[in-house]
Ligand binder design. Structure first.
Ligand SMILES: Cc1cc2nc3c(=O)[nH]c(=O)nc-3n(C[C@H](O)[C@H](O)[C@H](O)COP(=O)(O)OP(=O)(O)OC[C@H]3O[C@@H](n4cnc5c(N)ncnc54)[C@H](O)[C@@H]3O)c2cc1C
Length: 520
């Protein structure tokens, strides 16, 4: 017979097949030999006390000769080469998952991506890490897989309401991700695994008759009445029927192109700040209450506080990770974080960001709906001016930052282009710096040592979400006026992170199929 059991075990038991089977047999009150097979279906860590436990839910086959049903993950490949075309701008998670879903719905996706395929893109990423400058079309944000390819690959989303999270995980697994992402409470793929998975998604799309064009930058649009008619690239003009605009939130030239064409946009609340970095050993010690075991993964944290009516919070925490240069042009300094699947670097980093309302963009109010974008550009330019050459980023020990003191030296870092000490308390906008100081002092009370000299802030984390929205009709997901233009993913301001962007891509694909069926 088969049964589903939920129980707690120590990390040592959870990591050992024999001990876990024994524990399952005890829970079922059957002899060990009668437990034929088990499959973990849910796994999380409970580290609230020193007595750390793993919460497990397992499916077990035991007693007679029963076996567990095979887990079927399926993607139906079909030939869509002659089907109605949908053009997609951007091959990030939103664009790729839209394409995969369009194929299932019998449409032909044609993706236009300004960057390169993953293997060519790696060379530009290496140049960034060697402090040799930024290719504006190929970097940590742009290229095959978008910002999702060399991302950390944490697949969690706070919103479970927008769509089918499970289907996103399944499509990752079908294309090469480890099955564990289907069971872990905090699934993580890792930057070392993502490029191959993304390349497999490309192969599926092409095999089914879809198209992906790299080095194909859309620079402008042609509209007629309430319809988009053409996508304009430097080397060709492409007539279109339907467009999914999945260009990500770093595609500034396209926001300007839409604005210049009179397409309605909206200023949007956002969040900006810095990356914090600590030795991973220190974070393990704090989070595991000194009870660090080799079976436990590199520890993470999630911190939140309210200061002067705005949230200050940790974001995109990367245990055992590195800080990376994620600017998309010269003369900008922007950082983000990633980690490999094994999360084995000696550093822990996270974004530490402050919620910004549209009213915080007041100095840039004359730019109207682009005020937040201008605020963001200015923040990144300040970081560049106060950093070193090229990708060298400004940094300060947290203990100095919270006391308005210049750091005379900095602790070791994972950030390859290098750091330069800088009085970040002085030049960051006060809407950000004052709240960050208060937030960090508060977090030090929750995690003792967090604001010590061992920790540092690195500037700046400015792209946690888009400061612009391309407004959609909630009924059709199309732009509020341009009825065949579907703003999608993070750049449209309707998603944040890999999973929600992927879901938004699939939702747009489904809506296009529904509207097409309705009008036929
Ligand atoms: C280093 C790093 C780590 C991250 N870690 C995580 C994480 O662990 N978990 C998580 O959920 N999220 C993470 N993120 C964020 C995540 O990657 C994004 O939320 C997600 O990729 C957004 O998906 P998207 O498809 O909407 O846009 P994007 O991924 O930004 O993709 C947009 C694509 O459009 C292309 N494009 C832009 N303009 C044009 C144009 N004019 N013509 C043609 N193509 C164009 C771009 O080149 C890009 O490839 C990370 C991001 C970075 C940079």
């Amino acid at each position: 017979m088969t049964n589903t059991l939920s129980f707690q075990v120590s990390p040592k038991v959870a990591a050992n097949d024999f001990l876990l089977k024994k524990s399952i047999a005890e829970s079922l009150s059957v002899p060990l030999a009668e437990v034929h097979e088990y499959r973990i279906v849910k796994r999380s860590i409970d580290a609230r006390s020193r007595n750390i436990k793993m919460n497990l839910t397992v499916l077990v086959a035991y007693g007679d000769d029963s076996q567990l049903p095979e887990e079927q993950l399926h993607y139906e490949k079909r030939d869509v080469s002659l089907r109605p075309e949908v053009h997609i701008v951007g091959a990030g998670p939103a664009g790729l998952f839209a394409a995969l879903r369009l194929i299932e719905l019998n449409f032909k996706p044609i993706i236009l991506e300004q960057g390169k395929d993953v293997s060519e893109r790696k060379k530009d990423i290496a140049r960034l890490n060697q402090n040799e400058g930024c290719n504006p079309l190929s970097n940590y944000c742009f290229g095959e897989g978008g910002a999702g390819t060399f991302s950390d690959g944490k697949l969690y989303t706070r919103s479970k309401k927008k769509g089918d999270n499970r289907r996103v995980f399944e499509l990752f697994v079908i294309h090469g991700a480890h099955q564990s992402i289907l069971v872990d409470a905090h699934p993580h793929v890792g930057s070392d695994k993502l490029p191959d998975i993304i390349a497999n998604m490309r192969r599926t799309i092409i095999e089914c008759g879809g198209e992906i064009h790299f080095n194909k930058q859309v620079v402008d649009f042609e509209f007629s009445g309430n319809k988009i008619k053409k996508l304009i690239c430097p080397d060709e003009i492409i007539p279109v029927q339907t467009v999914i605009l999945a260009m990500g939130h770093s595609a500034r030239p396209l926001y300007y192109a839409l604005h210049n064409a009179g397409v309605e946009l909206e200023a949007k609340a956002s969040a900006m700040g810095v990356r914090v970095e600590h030795p991973q050993e220190m974070i393990n010690h704090i989070q595991y209450h000194g009870n660090v075991m080799k079976e436990l993964p590199a520890a993470s944290y999630s911190l939140v506080h309210q200061v002067d009516g705005r949230g200050v919070y940790s974001f995109c925490m990367c245990p055992g990770g590195i800080i990376v240069p994620s600017m998309t042009a010269e003369c900008q300094t922007v950082v983000n974080g990633m980690s490999n699947s094994r999360r084995n670097s000696p550093f822990a980093n996270s974004g530490m960001i402050v919620e910004l309302q549209v009213s915080d963009y007041v100095d840039f109010a004359k730019y109207g709906e682009l005020a937040g974008l201008k605020f963001q550009e200015n923040f990144e330019s300040l970081a560049y001016q106060n950093g070193g050459q090229n990708q060298v980023a400004p940094a300060q020990r947290i203990s100095d930052f919270v006391r308005n003191k210049i750091s005379s030296s900095l602790s070791a870092t994972s950030y390859l282009p290098g750091l330069i000490t800088s009085p970040m308390h002085f030049w960051m906008p006060t809407a950000i710096s004052k709240r960050l100081q208060e937030g960090l002092k508060f977090f030090d009370r929750q995690m003792h040592g967090f604001a010590s000299s061992e920790g540092k802030i690195v500037g700046v984390e400015s792209r946690s979400s888009s400061p612009v929205r391309i407004p959609r009709n909630p009924e059709t997901l199309a732009h509020i006026r341009i009825e065949n233009l579907f703003p999608c993913g993070e750049g449209a301001g309707y998603a944040g992170g890999i999973v929600s962007s992927a879901i938004d891509g699939m939702n747009c694909a489904e809506m296009i199929a529904k509207l097409t069926a309705f009008s036929a």
